[in-house]
Design a protein around this ligand. Sequence first.
Ligand code: DX5
Ligand code: ZN
Length: 216
Amino acid sequence: MAVKTAPSILSGDFSRLGEEVVRMKKAGADMIHCDVMDGMFVPNLTFGQKTIADIKKCSDIPLDVHLMIVSPERYLDKFIEAGADRLAFHVEATEYAKENLTRIKVAGIKAGIAISPDTPLEKAYSLLDYCNFVIVMGVYPGFGGQKYIPRTTERIKKLAAEISSRGLDVEIEIDGGVIGDNMKEIADAGATVMVSGNYVFGASDPKAIIEKFKEL
Ligand code: DX5
Ligand code: ZN
């Protein structure tokens, strides 16, 4: 199974984001994961659509935008215009998940939902027909460099079984706490996109790490 790598720019040097994006592309990354936080849905702030538009100009690598904001419907169009190639919002943050997914797809990009560790997986089930990918959080959203919550692996397996039993073409993306010690069990469980922040950005040789992901 081909596993894609999405380094999370949250762990990069914010004083030279463009160079960080180019560095990860050269290291073999498949896409760049961009964490947008509003200080409300999560207790942290990062960046908005202007940053996405600016880093979009630095490289042709796809941008995987993960919105951690309340009422994401307020900003979908802005992030689409800014150049997101994949756009996901949290199921906990909106009452309009189906409408949002449809709007993202109509814009011609990949539509995703993200699900936090304490949210029952069933909340994603009714949305699977509408999305291209599901981000399963391996940590509580808000910060990079946290420890992987072990029960996430079972959640990935359960979600993968649901997707396959319904014959759907929905990718599972794991986000948070992915490191060398758990990457294999996560891939075996059914995740095909690996977000990795500290593990990749903190490495002296990110290319070697990204190659390990590709071999999974
Ligand atoms: C957490 C973010 C993650 C984070 C992952 O809220 O959504 O994308 O950057 O970073 P690591 O891999 O360091 O846990
Ligand atoms: Zn993320």
